[in-house]
Design a protein around this ligand. Structure first.
Ligand code: FAD
Length: 393
């Protein structure tokens, strides 16, 4: 059987961007997905300054001023870009010239360079990439831990009807006010314009182990809207979000984890798309430098591009931050975000986006710590000394 240079498993945004970037460099590439033509339905966004420079303007549906509300309101002082997801998919798919699409489901990698499919067949490549999102079929490590998940329930409504919550031209990154009227696990409203007069309003649980049920988020969203005299139409389109935010680093032997599977997900936001799109050409460059002659060196170079030492440190720091949030008493979570949003722009920006800048991330955390009271300080530091929380239930 023919052995290609690179086989990318998973045709989501990360897998498609990487396959396209490898194809552009002349590598022989395969892209495997149970349904490679599946349209993407999630609403994707990222901070405007993170938009890859080669992304055409037509892929951005709307740019909006970022705002956040914890105990008080804060301008973020940078823009949020909501993507036209169909246009993003078309843009990436158009670049797959020369990439061979395979319809099938990977079930494992029995040896380096081989991928077994559910139909019993095998595909071979010099380098295999697992970009299959939360499923990570090529990472055999089993974890008995209950996963921490971000969950959200959203409605797509007319701009005019949601004016009491979010002004036209604004993107509400987080609104921690308890307008849903419930005590218990803290949730916030995320509200972003989609273009054509539509706005996505989403009740979100940033992270919980296990994820907060969507039925709770749905109930809270309707209560929050009612509090602002917003009556959504019965047939309003919905969005349901659920994904894991605490995957350890991919450890499939002889396999590169990429995208959400790596995991490139920032546990404090759930974002991974910008990191995936920006890293894809760099990872492809590392692979192309050593292929086809030296697959082992190609894999090692690509691993190093995704996980330079600084990124490993930051992954660890972010995981400690996640555990701190999971353990924080519910009524103190808005206090924490009040302090976070009050940080200088550069500090907030570093914590939210810098995946390989340790000194800026540590400087942001040190500032947050300095400005916290002793109680909050203990919430921030103690989780670093403890095992991960077993469950929030
Ligand atoms: C509703 C929603 C909204 C989100 N919004 C944002 C956002 O605004 N910004 C942001 O940065 N992130 C967002 N995220 C989080 C994250 O960025 C997305 O989950 C994103 O889709 C991850 O891209 P990916 O390509 O890494 O993985 P995925 O998009 O999950 O793609 C994985 C692909 O692998 C395929 N696959 C799965 N199993 C197998 C298998 N065994 N064999 C072969 N293929 C397989 C799947 O069919 C899929 O096509 C959102 C997530 C959700 C669910």
């Amino acid at each position: 059987m023919k052995r290609m240079d690179v086989l990318v498993v998973g045709a989501g945004p990360a897998g498609m961007a990487l396959a396209a970037a490898c194809g552009r460099l002349g590598l022989d590439v395969g892209l495997l997905d149970p349904n490679p033509e599946r349209p993407w339905v999630a609403t994707y966004g990222m901070w405007s300054p993170e938009l890859p420079t080669d992304l055409p303007a037509s892929v951005v549906a709307v740019r909006a001023a970022g705002r956040a509300i914890a105990r008080t309101e804060h301008p973020l002082n940078w823009e949020y870009a909501v993507l036209d997801v169909a246009a993003l998919r078309t843009h990436l798919a158009d670049q797959l010239t020369g990439v061979t699409l395979y319809a099938g489901r990977a079930v494992g990698s029995p040896e380096s360079g081989a991928v077994s499919l559910a139909d019993g067949s095998t595909l071979r490549a010099a380098v295999v990439v697992d970009a299959a999102g939360r499923w990570r079929p090529l990472d055999p490590t089993s974890s008995h831990q209950v996963p921490a998940e971000q969950t959200a329930y959203g409605l797509i409504l007319d701009q005019e009807s949601v004016a009491p919550l979010v002004a036209a031209g604004d993107a509400l990154f987080m609104d921690w006010r308890d307008d849903h009227g419930e005590s218990g696990w803290p949730t916030f409203l995320y509200a972003v314009p989609l273009g054509a007069g539509q706005v996505l309003v989403e009740e979100t649980s940033l992270a919980r182990r296990p994820g907060l049920p969507l039925s709770t988020l749905r109930r809270r969203l309707h209560a929050r809207l009612a509090r602002h005299d917003i009556a959504p139409p019965k047939d309003a389109r919905t969005e349901r979000v659920s994904f894991r935010v605490d995957h350890p680093r991919h450890s499939g032997p002889g396999v590169l984890g990429f995208g959400a599977a790596a995991p490139l997900i920032h546990p404090a936001t759930g974002f991974s798309l910008a990191a995936s799109l920006r890293l894809a050409p760099q990872v492809a460059g590392s692979l192309a430098e050593h292929l086809p002659d030296h697959p082992d060196r190609a894999l090692a170079a690509a691993q190093e591009t995704v996980w330079p030492p600084a990124a490993k440190v930051i992954h660890r720091i972010r995981r400690i931050g996640l555990e701190a949030l999971l353990r924080m008493p519910a009524d103190e979570v808005p206090d924490f975000f009040e302090q976070f949003f009050a940080l200088p722009d550069a500090r907030r920006w570093a914590y939210l986006t810098a995946r390989d800048d340790v000194s800026s991330t540590v400087a942001a955390m040190a500032r947050l710590f300095r400005e916290s009271n002793w109680r909050m300080r203990s919430h921030l530091v103690t989780p670093a000394l403890m095992r991960p929380l077993l469950t929030n239930d």
